[in-house]
Design a protein around this ligand. Structure first.
Ligand code: ADP
Length: 455
């Protein structure tokens, strides 16, 4: 069921129930009032007739005539008078005699002095009155036609009003629910307009601070983030294809050239070596991308275990030395690291190794002397690893961008690369809840510092 229908129904049912409760109370209290009022009227009538009979000594025939006359126009009260011996002294209309007085009834009137009860639809009042020191029982009975008609009219009026009110309330409910929910309808239409190709669209909203404006704002902020990451993805994919195309184009061009005309053995060897170097570049790139994808996993899906950082650094040095014999490493553990356990961090061994290989390789790659210095120290509860070189350095304007995928600094002319190493390293460091900082002076060297949080 739509919220609009639910709201309308709820609103209508609630107000209608309230109305019905009020109307029922009103009807019940009116009915109660009519009954009491009529009993009072009967009492007055009984007393008046008894006084006429006993005090004014009006003859029974005269009283009968008055009764007969009145009965033709109104619902006249039928009065009967008994003595204590339960003998009938007077009766307005013995032939009809609506109230069949019994001895128990009369005894109860004597005992209680006054009695109210109903016989069929007639209301009856029984009174014990004293005239000349003698007790008499007077009963007065009548049907309250006027009162019941008024009550009936009230019931009709309430029923018609209730029906009309429910219709008005229902219509008002639909109107207000529509009005209240129209911004949501508008939002749904606007959201339906937003597709992958129109992520720049945003939800319009009033400038006030109501919940819907907040919802639209939150949604717009989410769209900002989505658009940003969509653009970043697009950029990433186009960079990858560019990075793949360049070495592939070089391989194809070289192989086509050597096929086009006869070459010397040395020229063939050179072509093969060049193609091999380009193919290796491609393999490095695809491996880096694979690692980048791994480092982008949900951290809860990556296995962490205690890892000794000095071993990780030594492994990275050995690995790099196998690839490039001319790379040199100096490794130093400061005195602040007094115990072996201080170098243990919770890490994913494979990824943390990738990060250090990148840092150490860059240090050698961007230095004339191909020398990298690594030191491990302990400060303020943090294990710190510094990777420094005395190489060409990074220009201040490149400092921010070197962690952006595929960005290569102004010094890229110096050595080949693909701009994936540092962003990948940063991603891995972030994944380990560690922090990476860089300091560099052009022509003097660069230092990357990694702070590991306390285990
Ligand atoms: P690349 O494949 O270009 O080395 P990286 O992501 O590893 O990609 O590094 C990004 C850029 O940061 C490099 O192109 C380079 O300009 C700069 N850079 C990284 N490490 C160093 C360093 N130790 N010395 C000088 N420049 C560096």
């Amino acid at each position: 069921m739509k919220i609009r229908t639910r709201l309308t129904l709820l609103f209508t049912v609630l107000v209608a129930s309230l109305f019905i409760v009020f109307a029922s109370i009103l009807y019940w209290s009116s009915a109660q009032h009519r009954e009491n009022e009529f009993y009072g009227q009967l009492e007055r009538e009984a007393i008046t007739k008894a006084k006429l009979f006993f005090e004014a000594k009006v003859k029974p025939q005269t009283l009968h005539r008055i009764y007969k006359n009145n009965s033709q126009h109104i619902n006249e009260v039928e009065v009967a008078i008994y003595n204590r011996a339960f003998e009938l002294l007077y009766h307005d209309d013995v032939e009809i005699d609506r109230v069949k007085e019994t001895e128990e009834m009369l005894a109860s009137i004597i005992a209680n002095k006054i009695l109210h009860f109903e016989q069929e639809e007639w209301q009856v009042v029984g009174l014990r009155l004293t005239f000349d020191d003698k007790d008499y029982i007077i009963t007065a009975a009548a049907y309250d036609e006027y009162g019941f008609t008024k009550l009936q009219n009230l019931l009709y009026t309430i029923a018609v009003l209730a029906l009309l009110s429910i219709i008005v309330i229902g219509t008002a409910g639909v109107f207000f629910a529509n009005r209240a929910l129209s911004p949501i309808k508008k939002m749904i239409n606007e959201v339906n307009e937003i597709t992958a190709t129109s992520l720049n669209l945003r939800l319009s909203h009033e400038q006030n601070k109501d919940e819907l404006a907040l919802l639209a704002n939150t949604f717009n902020e989410m769209l900002n983030r989505l658009e940003y990451s969509f653009d970043a993805q697009k950029q990433f994919v186009s960079n990858i294809s560019h990075e793949l195309r360049t070495p592939l184009a070089a391989i194809i061009a070289e192989l086509e050239l050597s096929l086009a005309k006869e070459q010397t053995r040395e020229q063939y060897v050179m072509t093969i070596e060049n193609a091999l170097a380009d193919a290796r570049r491609l393999v490095r790139l695809s491996n880096s991308l694979l690692d980048f994808a791994k480092a982008s996993y949900d951290p809860t899906e990556i296995a962490f275990k205690p890892v000794c950082l000095d071993e990780v650094v030594l492994d990275a040095c050995q690995k790099l030395q196998r690839i490039n014999k001319s790379y040199k490493f100096s490794f130093f553990i400061e005195d602040s690291v007094s115990r072996e356990e201080m170098m243990v961090v919770s890490a994913n061994l494979y990824l943390i190794q990738v990060a250090f290989v990148n840092l150490l390789e860059n240090a050698c790659k961007y230095s004339e002397n191909e020398q990298c210095n690594v030191s491990i120290l302990y400060k303020d509860n943090h294990l710190i690893v510094k990777v420094s070189d005395t190489g060409i350095g990074i220009k201040p304007e490149d400092m921010e961008a070197i962690f952006v995928p595929f960005y290569r600094g102004e010094n890229e002319y110096f050595k080949q690369g693909n701009g994936i190493g540092l962003p990948l390293t940063k991603k891995i460091i972030d994944l380990h809840k560690a922090r990476i900082a860089v300091e560099s002076l052009v022509g003097k060297g660069t230092t990357f510092t990694i702070h590991f949080p306390p285990g």
